[in-house]
Design a protein around this ligand. Structure first.
Ligand code: NAD
Length: 450
């Protein structure tokens, strides 16, 4: 089937009205849940093959996270979609007004490789719950996951409601040439910019989940041992290949030595080679190796045959260091220092708005100043990654890190739009008729409307 035929197939199904039925949506969510549960081991195996993801990470961050979201959305959907009654001005009486949620139509979802199941299927389930149909393009780089996602969607939908298109950049570009009613893109800022241009040109509503450099500030009052443990745990999840992972550290100069020792202690405590994911491709391994210049400390041996890169700290880093010129997206942690609060806030103020800011400090005033120094999609105080690992908080960036939010309720809201409805009745006399001659009603209006 051509791309055009695939998109048209989903458009026709949307037009049939089948997805308007709440029961159809719920049934598809249940079916997706059942198919995922039936393929649990296969999912974990694909993630191990593509990324060397440890079973525990794959289970929690991809498999179980999705099941939890499906269950939440299925349970709450009816309430979220309820019409919201609002009051109407008295001079429109008799009249009723409300807001109701409607699906956009056919949604294109483009996903990255780092959490291939979660970042394909979480937008998909939100789109289906909101009553859309979906064309999903997973990342070609996680090829085993791409194949299994395709099978899962075929088993749940059999082409009616959602379809998967597999392939690389050319296929992605081909898809962007088709007409969609909404584009949901997760990926790099560079490709996000191209997607935004297309969406702008075709006036297609879109949601962009992009990347960037998330700073981690270690400030006054921070418990250095706990901060180091929580920072390393977040950074090395999926070998640092998480969009909102702490990218680099800014630590008070007076405690830098002590803090680096705390980081070393954690990094030496664990056999990372047995417990950490690999890097997605050789190209990405080479890119990361290229960033590791200067005072690099490595913890364990690399195993390039399975694209495993041992964790690394880089000390003595300044803003001109290669690791500060792009998103690190790997198990490499540049450590920078700040002398005064003013210097810190000035540096933070120059950064592009990231998905997350991490701040370790017990001084609320300090945290507030850090937060106020740059816009960010989220803030996590005294830990890393916790803010986007729960379904009650929306996931999304601001400015360079993207626009729009999703997850649970926020996903259903993002993938539907609010329609304003007013209904009038054929009873009584119209209090205000906007019909010339205006003279009499204008006098009345001036009297009552001040
Ligand atoms: P990517 O932008 O290279 O690819 C994302 C998707 O776009 C893939 O499906 C790919 O096939 C497609 N694509 C690639 N090049 C394209 C082009 N020129 N035109 C059209 N489509 C194209 O991103 P990636 O390498 O898969 O993922 C890593 C990036 O994604 C990182 O920057 C990371 O921060 C970001 N990310 C963001 C989030 C978030 O929720 N904000 C989540 C995960 C990853």
């Amino acid at each position: 089937m051509s791309l055009q035929e695939i998109v048209e197939g989903q458009r026709e199904f949307f037009r049939s009205g089948a997805t308007r039925d709440l029961e159809w949506r719920r049934e598809k969510l249940s079916r997706l849940e059942a198919v995922l549960m039936g393929k649990r081991e296969e999912i974990l195996e694909c993630l191990a093959a593509d990324l060397g993801k440890p079973g525990m990470e794959a289970f929690l961050a991809e498999y179980h996270f999705l099941l939890e979201e499906i269950r939440l959305v299925r349970k709450k959907l009816k309430g979220w979609l309820k019409k919201k009654r609002v009051s109407s001005p008295f001079y429109f009486w008799p009249c009723r007004s409300w807001i109701e949620r409607h699906p956009f139509g056919v949604v294109l979802i483009m996903a990255p490789w780092n959490y291939p199941f979660q970042l394909s299927l979480s937008p998909l389930l939100a789109a289906i719950a909101a009553g859309n149909t979906v064309v999903l393009k997973p990342s070609e780089l996680a090829s085993q996951s791409e194949r299994l996602i395709s099978e899962i969607i075929e088993e749940v939908f059999a082409g009616q409601g959602a379809a998967v298109v597999t392939g690389g950049v050319e296929v992605a570009k081909g898809l962007l040439g088709e007409k969609f009613d909404f584009i949901f893109f997760t990926g790099s800022t560079a490709v996000g910019r191209e997607v935004a241009e297309i969406a702008g040109r075709t006036l297609t509503p879109s949601l962009l989940e992009l990347g960037g450099k998330c700073p981690c500030v270690v400030g006054p009052g921070a418990d250095l041992v706990k901060s180091a443990r929580r920072l390393v745990a977040g950074k090395l999840m999926n070998a640092g290949q998480t969009c909102f992972a702490p990218d680099f550290v800014l630590v008070e100069a007076r405690v830098e030595e002590e803090f680096r020792q705390c980081l070393r202690d954690v990094l030496e405590e664990v056999s990372w080679d047995a417990e950490m994911a690999g890097i997605i491709s050789e190209r990405h391994v080479e890119r990361l190796q290229g960033l590791c210049v200067g005072e690099v400390e490595q913890f364990g041996e690399d195993d390039l045959a399975r694209r495993y890169l041992a964790p690394r700290l880089i000390a003595g880093v300044d803003w001109n260091h290669p690791a500060m010129k792009e998103e690190v997206f790997g198990p490499v942690l540049p450590v920078m220092t700040f002398g005064s609060e003013e210097d810190l806030l000035e540096s933070l103020g120059k950064l592009e708005s990231p998905l997350a800011v991490y701040c370790f400090s017990t001084e609320e005033d300090f945290v507030e100043k850090v937060t106020g120094s740059l816009p960010s999609g989220s803030l996590c105080v005294n830990d890393t990654m916790k803010q986007f690992s729960q379904l009650q908080l929306p996931l999304g960036g601001v400015g360079q890190s993207g626009s729009g939010r999703y997850r649970g309720r926020f996903g259903v809201e993002a993938l539907s739009y609010e329609k304003s409805v007013t209904k009038r009745y054929f009873v009584g006399k119209d209090l205000m008729e906007m019909m010339p001659p205006y003279e009499k009603s204008f006098r009345w209006i001036k009297k009552f409307m001040r």
